[in-house]
Design a protein around this ligand. Structure first.
Ligand code: NAD
Length: 367
């Protein structure tokens, strides 16, 4: 399969969103020579796991710029998305004399790209950054689109910025070292695309999902290109999440983020999103937004793939309700859910009565 270059022109800012998807991609300086020509210092932000696994790849991709690149190692997983880690990376760049012409490369899962993207937006009010997602979830979603964040007070992504990477590079070669659990963490976001995307994307995902989750290289690469293309096209129509187009990407995330936070690290983001989608499906049935003729199809899509059980802490309704009221689109103390009408058609509903939300959580426990 050849490399696919994705270029999307943002309709409000005319900025071009750029990503390249493929396998064994050329060095970064070949993909974006202008970013390297102008860059004084370069910082590679990654985590220990990725550095151990991919040091040779990073060296190769940076070519003659490897010598002189400063490497900042973040904690692996959700521990990267803290103010402490953010300050650590910013202070590191300050001490090394980084300027506005410096370049930050974030290579890792969504935790690394979310944190490093935020650091890039803040350092001297913004420096160029390149996103190199290394997980399946990162390549189909987190590493693209310019939403960056850290967690705050136990709530997911409460402090962040919209800050586009100058380039996103999705190289399927990174996905070879993911274990079955890490691959499965991509299932939630994949099924989200199957429910919000057009018919052709849905068919493609449903045809290849099980192969991809088993690590089939061709299926993974095909789904990464298709999902990256779709995500960038939504982002380009609503970069700052203001018109409702981009909000579609939040399907399953209101409950999903609450489950992820309540599990205190036991439930990976992608797995929490799959449960969040199931919750949204049950709520859509309860509130009768989901057309009766579509209920079997949608349930089949969401319950057709294996999911680790939800930890008991996720069924604490009071804690769950507090967290869902932090949804950035809902007013203070209110809730807002994206619900399904049919695959490809989503609607937003505000202020759902707590009793209905509680009943849905109980129904989810019973399924
Ligand atoms: N910004 C966005 O639009 C967006 C979208 C979706 C999710 N997210 C965020 O992404 C985060 C989850 O990201 P994730 O699922 O990539 O997990 P992660 O970044 O937390 O990484 C999970 C683990 O995988 C390891 N890892 C990374 N690449 C690997 C590889 N190639 N081989 C083996 N191990 C590897 C990491 O070291 C880490 O231990 C969440 O914080 C979520 O909020 C952001």
């Amino acid at each position: 399969m050849t490399n696919i270059f994705l270029l999307k022109r943002d309709i409000t800012t005319s900025k071009t969103l750029r990503a390249v998807c493929g396998r064994g991609l050329p060095p970064l300086a070949h993909l974006a020579p202008e970013l390297f020509a102008g860059a004084g210092h370069i910082c590679l932000a990654t985590d220990r796991t990725c550095l151990n696994k991919f040091k040779r790849t990073f060296k190769k991709t940076l070519g003659r710029r490897w010598d002189g690149t400063d490497i900042f190692v973040l904690p692996a997983g959700r521990a990267a998305k803290t103010f402490r880690a953010l300050e650590g990376l910013l202070s590191f760049m300050l001490k090394r004399g980084f300027s506005r012409n410096s370049l930050l490369i974030a290579a890792g899962g969504g935790s690394v790209t979310d944190l490093a993207g935020l650091a890039a937006s803040l350092y001297m009010r913004g420096i160029n950054w390149i996103s190199v997602p290394t997980t399946f979830l990162g390549q189909i979603d987190a590493g693209l689109g310019g939403k960056t964040a850290v967690d705050l007070g136990g709530v997911k992504n409460m402090a962040g910025a919209f800050y586009q990477p100058a380039l996103t590079v999705c190289d399927a070669a990174f996905l070879q070292t993911l274990g079955p659990g890490e691959l499965r963490a991509g299932a939630g976001e994949l099924l989200k695309y199957a429910l919000i995307g057009p018919e052709a994307l849905r068919r493609r995902i449903l045809k290849s999902i099980e192969d991809a989750l088993k690590g089939d290289a061709k299926a993974l690469q095909e789904l990464v290109s298709a999902c990256a293309d779709f995500k960038l096209s939504l982002t380009a129509r609503d970069e700052r999440d203001e018109t409702g187009v981009r909000e579609l990407l939040n399907l399953g995330h209101t409950a999903g983020h609450a489950f992820e936070a309540l599990s205190k690290g036991r439930l990976a983001h992608g797995r929490a999103v799959l449960w969040g989608l199931r919750y949204a499906c049950l709520l859509s049935i309860r509130l009768k937004t989901l057309e009766p003729a579509q209920q079997r199809t949608v349930s089949g899509i969401l319950w057709g793939t294996e999911a680790a059980p939800l930890p008991a802490a996720c069924f604490n309704f009071r804690a769950f309700y507090r967290l869902i009221c932090y949804d950035k689109k809902a007013g203070a103390g209110k809730n807002r859910f994206l619900l399904i009408e049919r695959p490809g058609r989503i609607t937003a509903v505000n202020d759902i009565a707590p009793g209905i939300l509680k009943g849905t959580l109980t129904a989810l426990k019973r399924r």
